[in-house]
Design a protein around this ligand. Structure first.
Ligand SMILES: O=C1O[C@H](COP(=O)(O)O)[C@@H](O)[C@H](O)[C@H]1O
Length: 212
């Protein structure tokens, strides 16, 4: 893992957006389609603002989330809502969005409806991850009910309930995230830096195999 630090977060957000756009552009120059999974939460908004203006063939790009809270799209907690408002706009409005929420009563019941479209765009061209101060990334939370499956299982989407998460969630598994051709974890502030160091000091798990 290459650790890059920036003097200010504005510069970081712009540079990360440029790197993501470059990875998508390179992939599109080699093939028909590209895919990007992005985190939700409070951090990535400025990256989305910059990325949405990138000059690339967005109509050949699939956009999905790394994880979603099981709330309808009009909820302020919806990661989908953030992506629609800040990323799928401007030039990027031409991209294809693959949902990670549907009107099923639970994530478990939604999975069969959501997985087929996601399976089609794997491996991901690139992936933008965030991290919480409790070390969760995507919605892979310490203490989550399905933590082992999320970390070492071979499924694509994993339902998650965790003490620190107010609602049920769906997350891409570590296998899908690890299978991305490029991965970026973006954090800001000393608390998340400390969380990152804690996470890096943990013993490694069995590396996930790529889902079929
Ligand atoms: O709940 C979530 O949290 C993480 C971190 O979010 P942030 O608000 O601290 O930036 C995010 O990466 C994840 O996608 C989201 O669902």
């Amino acid at each position: 893992m290459e650790l890059v630090t920036y003097p200010d977060s504005e510069m970081m957000m712009i540079e990360v957006a440029q790197r993501l756009a470059g990875e998508l552009r390179q992939r599109l120059s080699q093939g028909e389609e590209a895919s990007i999974a992005v985190s939700g939460g409070r951090t990535p908004g400025p990256i989305f603002d910059a990325l949405s203006a990138a000059d690339l063939d967005w109509d050949r790009v699939s956009v999905l989330l790394t994880d979603e809270r099981w709330v309808p799209e009009d909820s302020p907690r919806s990661n989908t809502r953030l992506v629609r408002e800040r990323l799928l706009t401007g030039r990027a409005a031409a991209a294809r969005f693959l949902p990670m929420y549907c009107d099923a009563p639970s994530p478990e019941e939604g999975i069969p409806r959501l997985v087929p479209a996601i399976a089609e765009v794997l491996p991901l061209t690139t992936c933008l991850l965030g991290m919480g101060e409790d070390m969760h990334t995507a919605s892979i939370f310490p203490g989550a009910d399905n933590l082992a499956e999320a970390l070492t299982g071979e499924t694509i989407l994993v339902p998650i309930r965790a003490p620190a998460a107010p609602e049920p969630r769906l997350t891409l598994s570590a296998a899908v995230l690890a299978g991305a051709l490029a991965r970026h974890l973006v954090i800001t502030g000393p608390e998340k830096r400390e969380a990152l160091e804690r996470a890096r000091s943990l013993p490694p798990r069995r590396p996930p195999s790529r889902p079929s």
